[in-house]
Design a protein around this ligand. Structure first.
Ligand SMILES: [Cu+2]
Length: 323
């Protein structure tokens, strides 16, 4: 895996400079099975120090792979590499992120991605799932987005919010058919979320990868920062339904509605009215924006071209600060 300096377009007219795992935000999906040996060699191609913390992994007998600078390792310096080696000892919706200057690197610069560990013994509910869906919620600050080394301060106010790195309308529809059983993996990456899907209740089954003894029904699910909530939804109500963060400012782009952490579930067979906001989305439709297709592929690390950033054109030399 590399770490690269690239620019990503989060919303129409809003770009951010990021340090991106394999040049993309979210970082590549790492999908393994409980008990697998995992080895990731990380090459830092940026001008600052970074690490990877594997959030949720117990790191039994491998604490040096926990990715915390000056605690478990020295941060990976520009041009250097580090090998992380561990057993996938905890199943569920895990993730990974940088642990250097986290408020900026994770909070504002896209240094995060999903680590999904399939359990050896799935629950009865998990076996029913027909479509596995990853939704990673994050915030952005347009005031500092184009300048590395800025932002990440206490009480900083974000002004853009996104799902899988894109704010509405740059996010994508989630296309389903009646009878589908969805598993939504809700990740509170750098923004808490009050997840709400219209027209359906959801069954909360897992918290932070751990199966709940008593799954419970809800129509708003709070996902704190860093946490993961897995919910099961039975697609039994054909139509077109908005999914949004119910923390209202999170549905804006720099204070303007509509925007933010919003997407639309489209049932197969529902006609697209002329006035439908996404009636022309077919041309740019990405069936893997929520990682459902790559989760069906063999275990391993999966990049996605649509998440890739673009090279930064450097005009003048910027002052560099090491953490
Ligand atoms: Cu970093």
């Amino acid at each position: 895996m590399t770490i690269e300096e690239v620019e990503v377009e989060v919303a129409p007219g809003f770009k951010a400079r990021v340090w991106a795992y394999n040049g993309q935000v979210p970082g590549p999906l790492i999908h393994v099975k409980e008990g697998d040996d995992v080895e990731v060699t990380v090459h830092n191609l940026t001008a600052l120090n970074h690490t990877i913390h594997w959030h949720g992994v117990y790191q039994t007998n491998s604490w040096r792979s926990d990715g915390v600078p000056k605690v478990t390792q020295q941060a990976i310096e520009p041009g250097d590499s580090y090998v992380y080696k561990f057993v996938a000892d905890k199943p569920g919706s895990l993730w990974y992120h940088c642990h250097v200057n986290v408020a900026e690197h994770v909070g504002l610069r896209g240094m995060w991605g999903p680590l999904i560990v399939d359990p050896k013994e799935p629950t009865a509910l998990e076996k029913e799932v027909t479509k596995d869906v990853v939704l990673m919620f994050s915030g952005w600050n347009s005031d500092v987005a184009m300048e590395y080394g800025k932002g990440g301060h206490p009480r900083e106010v974000a002004d853009y919010y996104s799902i899988n790195g894109k704010s509405f309308p740059s996010s994508q529809p989630l296309r389903v058919k009646e009878g589908d059983v969805l598993r939504l993996r809700l990740y509170g990456v750098s923004s808490e979320t009050a997840y709400h899907l219209h027209g359906h209740d959801v069954l909360v089954t897992h918290k932070d990868g751990l199966p709940l003894k008593s799954p419970y029904w809800a129509d708003v699910v709070h996902v704190p920062e860093g946490a993961r909530m897995d919910v099961i939804v039975r697609m039994n109500n054909p139509g077109r339904w908005i999914n949004h963060d119910h923390i209202e400012p999170h549905t804006t782009n720099n204070g303007k509605m509509p925007g933010g952490a919003v997407m639309i579930v489209e049932y197969e067979g529902i006609e697209k009215d002329d006035w439908y906001v996404w009636k022309d989305k077919d041309a740019s439709y990405d069936p893997d924006f929520y990682m459902s297709e790559m989760l069906k592929k063999p275990y391993g690390m999966h990049n996605h071209a649509a998440f890739k950033g673009t090279k930064i054109k450097k005009k003048k030399k910027k002052k560099k600060k090491k953490d």
